[in-house]
Design a protein around this ligand. Structure first.
Ligand SMILES: [Zn+2]
Length: 378
């Protein structure tokens, strides 16, 4: 998830906020100021409810950030790279760019999340006990934060991927089964089951008259289901590429075109004629860009004769990969960078092109030959 704006950096980790966070912030402040606090603590006066509501909502997000920072710090201490933390409508996401190398690291990174929320709940509860007046706004905020952090801890310990508890389950399965692929798929399946329970519970709440509460739970279920489903599919794909190198999947020695070639000729001869979706653009044997179907589509058809490839191509830096790289890693790059193809480069020279289509066709052929990825588990 791309963050909409950056709050700052902690130990090199970018802390960002997605625009949906603002919606959650407004909703939570509003429900605290006009529902929860007036109901629990009558007689404060309207202005005070809003002050306490906004302050408690801010502290809730600080708690979520602390939870994510705990994941990030453990990941850093295990030698992994953490790119950023993004806060969004359903909480926070810590973006760890390298994969855990063993089940133990994965377990520690995941388990620290719910533990930190439970520890925060305990700290807020203890702080609330030190406040003499238990009807005061300070005591009310601290008690609320204890309650909400406790709920966060319990919610995150549920064993469905992508929740922390699901990651813990995956780590345990990974350790016992010895296959991260199978462990991921089982944990994601449990996650989807859990998500469907959330959706069903949301429906029941709506039928019982709590429209917004039900809708909210339903949305969380929907979000969890999507995330678990995507993880399961991706894991299946990666399994299919186990032990396969980029050089085995790529199109070797791709034809290149010159930047002076008219777009019309590119379309007629290469895209329609040869079924190419992307081509390197070379001048005097040097790669100067990459032209793809997407670049062509941006130009109106009437302009195809008047423009050359050089005017529409994607210029460097281009996304590249080594032919010796694992194909599953290249697939991850295609997904993470949101591109359709990578240039395969060795010692500064182009040796091939690797597209999403090449990867899908490779898997299809393997499937037709009965070479299922699961048959070669490590
Ligand atoms: Zn977490």
């Amino acid at each position: 998830m791309e963050s909409s704006f950056t709050l700052g950096r902690v130990r090199g980790i970018k802390i960002g906020v997605h625009y949906t966070w603002l919606l959650a912030f407004v909703l939570i402040s509003w429900s605290l100021a006009s529902g929860y606090f007036p109901r629990q603590y009558p007689g404060w006066g309207g202005g005070l409810y809003w002050t306490v509501g906004v302050a408690a909502a801010l502290m809730l997000f600080a708690s979520v950030l602390a939870h994510e920072l705990c994941h990030a710090f453990v990941a850093l201490s295990r030698g992994l790279q953490v790119r950023d933390i993004t806060l969004f409508i359903f909480g926070g996401v810590t973006n760890i760019t390298s994969e855990s190398e063993n089940a133990r690291d994965e377990f520690l990174i995941a388990v620290v999340g719910p533990l930190s929320s439970l520890a925060l709940a305990g700290a807020f509860w203890l702080a609330a006990q030190t406040v003499p007046n238990d009807r005061s706004p300070l005591d009310a905020s601290l008690s609320y934060l204890a309650l909400v952090n406790f709920s966060l801890g319990v919610f995150n310990i549920l064993p469905g991927f992508p929740l922390d508890g699901g990651r813990v389950l995956r780590a345990v399965l990974w350790g016992t089964l010895g296959s991260i692929g199978r462990a991921t798929r089982i944990a994601a399946l449990v996650g989807q089951g859990l998500a469907l329970l959330f959706i069903a519970y949301g429906f029941v709440q709506i039928l019982e008259g709590d429209f917004f509460g039900g809708l909210w739970i339903g949305f969380i279920g929907w979000f969890l289901n999507n995330a678990a489903d995507a993880t399961r599919r991706q894991s299946r794909l990666q399994e299919g590429f186990r032990g396969v190198k980029v050089s085995q999947v790529m199109q070797a020695e791709p034809l290149s075109v010159s930047p002076g070639l008219p777009v019309r000729v590119l379309v007629d001869d290469h895209i329609l004629g040869r079924g190419a979706r992307a081509l390197p653009v070379a001048l005097d044997g040097r790669i100067v860009g990459l032209v793809s179907l997407t670049d062509v589509k941006r130009l109106p058809t009437a302009e195809w004769d008047r423009n050359a490839v050089g005017a529409i191509m994607t210029r460097p830096p281009l996304k590249t990969v080594s032919p010796r790289e694992e194909a599953s890693r290249a697939l991850q790059l295609l997904i993470d960078q949101d591109v359709n193809q990578l240039l395969v480069v060795e010692d500064g020279a182009i040796v091939g092109m690797l597209s999403r289509g090449d990867m899908m066709r490779f898997l299809q052929r393997r499937e037709e030959l009965g070479l299922d990825g699961d048959a070669r588990r490590r």
